[in-house]
Design a binder for this molecule. Structure first.
Ligand SMILES: *[C@@H]1O[C@H](CO)[C@@H](O)[C@H](O)[C@H]1NC(C)=O
Ligand SMILES: *[C@@H]1O[C@H](CO)[C@@H](O)[C@H](O)[C@H]1NC(C)=O
Length: 477
């Protein structure tokens, strides 16, 4: 009897896992909260391969959940006026408002009083603080040394939400280890490069060729989104009896993302859209991220090579320290970096993660070709902003020493959002000898010199972005 009951329990829990109801919070592209992206899965233990011990950790993390920026606050203020005008027009035309959701009547933007924006909000602090605590639990031995800024290097960009994220992470990582306050916090240093020369964490801001590409490409991205926005505009106009325009729908989708992620409200702006409409809007965002920050153009990630080089160098130093049996406290054990989606996404591409179509995609990025756009829903895709770079999204590269292994002694494991992830460049394993990691994943990218790549009249021709006609035909396949 008990066994039958257990089997039932097993069946039901499994069914439950597969038939999760549609949750809009998991479909917000890069506005997705870290917890929503992970669906509550948090492991405190990553099995180290037998006979191996971690000797160094590299972390590249995005800042946590943040407030809308000034420009977006203005967009929402504008939406407030626009909605009011739509309602007035409907009344003026003698139409009833019975189809209009009640929240929309007299709606005021929750951010209307704010004049500044873009800062890390308390939810975002918590994401990083908790990540710091979990990181220490995952790598107890790595973080057992006394704190010294050269042993645990913490770097952030000069943008306040990134440096505040570094502080929140450090507070979690070192909590209970100091003498400050009842939680025994300790001080630690966070170093930033100046914005204009931060080629490691803000390469996208120091690369003229990329800035030109982005400026040229933005109207094309808008054009790609238009057919989806137009369809949804038509549906919502009918559904709610208001004369929405494409711009209204675009702003309402932005509002949905902010309400759901920042305020936990999913029954207002998000409630206007059906699940399949949300899936399409999410896809338009993911395409934008793909074209401007991902595999859509190899320039997007090639300019991240200084960061990749920095990581490899830090591993080589750790190996030297190990081989020379340097005394603990005299060498680095972790290099922790806090930056932006524009950092994490290209870096993820450099590692060759989240490619559609197995080995084929990896060969293309080794040759640094642009890849095809992720397929339109209902087709499934691997490239999702909500998974690749949600708020606090991160990659950890763990360097292991495996003295038991006769052929290779050092190995690299990649954790994406704290889960081991298969590397196509490493024959689909999440665990790669350091040599293979360097030869297969890093080396193909190293021929680029950042300055040559980013100089507008450099020798390398600008990769022709896909023409919009071209992209559009794929768009509907
Ligand atoms: C929408 O616009 C059309 C054409 O201008 C007009 O006939 C109609 O009454 C308007 N509907 C609403 C709800 O304002
Ligand atoms: C040693 O490393 C190789 C990969 O380089 C792996 O295939 C092998 O299983 C490892 N052997 C042991 C004993 O860990």
């Amino acid at each position: 009897m008990a066994i039958i009951f257990l089997i039932f329990l097993f069946l039901f829990t499994n069914l439950g896992a597969e038939e999760l109801p549609f949750g809009v919070k998991q479909h917000l592209s890069t506005v997705t909260r870290y917890g929503a992206a992970k669906g509550g899965r948090n492991r405190n233990y990553i099995p180290a391969p037998a006979g191996c011990v971690p000797i160094h950790l590299n972390l590249v993390a995005r800042h946590g959940t943040r407030a809308p920026t000034k420009k977006r606050i203005r967009e929402l203020n504008n939406l407030e006026n626009q909605l009011e005008m739509l309602l007035r027009a409907a009344v003026g035309n003698g139409l009833s408002l019975h189809k209009v959701p009640s929240w929309l009547k007299g709606w005021k933007s929750p951010w209307r009083e704010k004049v500044t924006g873009g800062e890390l909000i308390p939810e975002g602090e918590k994401e990083l603080y908790d990540l710091g605590i979990r990181t220490r639990k995952l790598f107890t031995d790595l973080f057992s040394d006394d704190y010294h800024p050269d042993v645990y290097t913490i770097r952030a960009t000069q943008i306040p939400r990134a440096s505040a994220s570094a502080v929140a992470f450090g507070m979690g990582l070192f909590s209970g280890r100091g003498s400050l306050g009842s939680d025994r916090h300790r001080a630690f240093s966070v170093v930033s490069e100046s914005r204009a020369s931060d080629t490691m964490l803000r390469f996208f801001d120091c690369c003229q060729r990329y800035e030109d590409y982005r400026k040229n490409q933005e109207p094309e991205v808008d054009k790609l989104k238009e057919p989806v926005l137009d369809d949804i505009t038509k549906s919502l106009t009918e559904r709610y009896g208001l004369n929405f325009t494409r711009q209204h729908i675009s702003s309402l989708w932005f509002l949905c993302k902010q309400e759901a992620s920042l305020l936990d409200i999913t029954d207002q702006a998000c409630g206007l859209f059906s699940p399949s409409e949300v899936a399409l809007l999410e896809w338009t965002d993911d395409m934008e991220v793909f074209i401007l920050k991902g595999y859509g153009n190899s320039l997007n990630y090639k300019m991240g090579v200084p960061l990749l080089q920095d990581i490899v160098q830090s591993m080589e130093k750790a190996i030297t320290a190990k081989e020379e049996k340097q005394v603990p406290g005299s060498y680095e054990k972790a290099r922790l970096r806090f930056a932006h989606a524009e950092t994490v996404l290209p870096f993820t591409c450099l590692l060759g993660l989240f490619l559609e179509g197995e080995g084929h995609g990896f060969r293309q990025i080794q040759r640094e070709q642009s890849l095809q756009l992720p397929p339109r829903p209902p087709a499934t895709r691997i490239w999702k902003g909500s998974v690749v770079a949600p708020f606090a999204g991160n990659n950890m590269l763990v360097l292991y020493s495996c003295p038991a292994n006769s052929s290779d002694e050092y190995f690299v494991q990649v954790l994406h959002n704290e889960e081991p992830i298969a590397m196509p460049g490493c024959d689909g394993s999440d665990f790669c000898s350091f040599k293979m990691f360097k030869d297969k994943i890093v080396a193909p990218h190293l021929e680029h010199d950042f300055n040559t790549l980013c100089t507008v009249n450099g020798e390398e021709p600008m990769l022709a972005p896909k023409s919009s006609a071209d992209a559009e035909s794929r768009f509907y396949m």
